[in-house]
Design a protein around this ligand. Structure first.
Ligand SMILES: Cc1cc2nc3c(=O)[nH]c(=O)nc-3n(C[C@H](O)[C@H](O)[C@H](O)COP(=O)(O)OP(=O)(O)OC[C@H]3O[C@@H](n4cnc5c(N)ncnc54)[C@H](O)[C@@H]3O)c2cc1C
Length: 229
């Protein structure tokens, strides 16, 4: 299958939001949280990389991605260089990082572009009768808070959705949460033991948070995760 770029826009320094359409299908079937893979030939070698779908299934062949450009990386700079109309080989979405059914009150923990599957989760699953969700989102700088306005609007609309951004390198004007996501876990959980955790981002954060949660006595069956590296 091929994906054709419709448009892309910078949403933070070094991060772009991409709109694609899957060619040859009327509808791209996937579950919120799953990833697709893009494939290209680079210096005679086939390079494949996974990308979480950042949008909910739309009933059409359109889908969205959120990527950061990895300096000296193989495929991500290629994707950043794509112009509307350009195509790249893609695979049918798959993956196990999906919301447990039936969903329970959950804490979503993301760093950087690890936010992508949670945007899809929230678009698809957050509504008046959904369980409570907390999104704990860690980035270095305020300008890296991807999709901030969207999440703030959701938090205003749904009292059972909490958006908790935290900055590891805040400037003097920031009066929100500071430090890594780990710092705010205990407050997010409170006394509850019957919540699920969904973690997405680079290995270092995911492994660390899993360690903290296990140390607090949470069962590994309550902890779902996707590592990007
Ligand atoms: C299931 C899954 C879903 C993914 N979804 C996304 C996504 O939605 N958005 C996204 O930007 N990436 C995502 N990734 C990472 C992506 O697959 C690539 O690893 C990334 O684009 C780098 O590829 P590259 O060929 O440019 O770099 P390579 O030449 O493969 O260089 C790899 C280097 O980049 C680092 N790296 C990998 N991912 C990142 C990242 N996101 N930020 C910073 N450094 C990174 C690795 O630690 C390694 O040092 C996902 C990975 C997996 C396994």
């Amino acid at each position: 299958m091929e994906a054709r770029l419709i448009d892309s826009r910078e949403i933070a320094p070094g991060v772009r939001h991409f709109g694609f359409e899957a060619l040859g299908v009327e509808r791209l079937d996937f579950l919120p949280g799953q990833f697709t893979s893009f494939k290209d030939m680079i210096e005679g070698k086939e390079i494949t990389r996974a990308y979480s779908l950042a949008s909910a299934p739309s009933g059409t062949n359109r889908f969205e991605l959120c990527l950061n450009r990895v300096e000296h990386g193989h495929l991500s700079p290629r994707l950043f260089d794509m112009k509307p109309g350009d195509r790249m080989e893609m695979r049918q979405p798959l993956g196990q990082f999906v919301l447990r059914q039936p969903p329970r009150d959950s804490i979503f923990i993301a760093t950087g572009t690890g936010i992508a599957p949670f945007r899809s989760f929230l678009q698809a699953h957050l509504n008046e009768s959904s369980p409570s969700f907390t999104l704990l989102f860690g980035v270095r700088y305020e300008s890296h808070l991807l999709y901030r306005t969207e999440f703030e609007e959701l938090a205003l609309r749904y009292p059972h959705f909490r958006f908790w951004p935290t900055l590891s390198r805040p400037d003097a004007e920031w009066n929100g949460r500071q430090g890594h996501v780990q710092t705010h876990l205990a407050e997010a959980v409170g006394e509850r033991r019957d919540v699920d955790f969904y973690l997405c981002g680079l290995k270092e954060m995911v492994d660390d948070v899993r360690g903290v949660l296990k140390g607090q006595g949470f069962d590994r069956k309550q902890i779902f995760y996707e590592k990007y590296d």
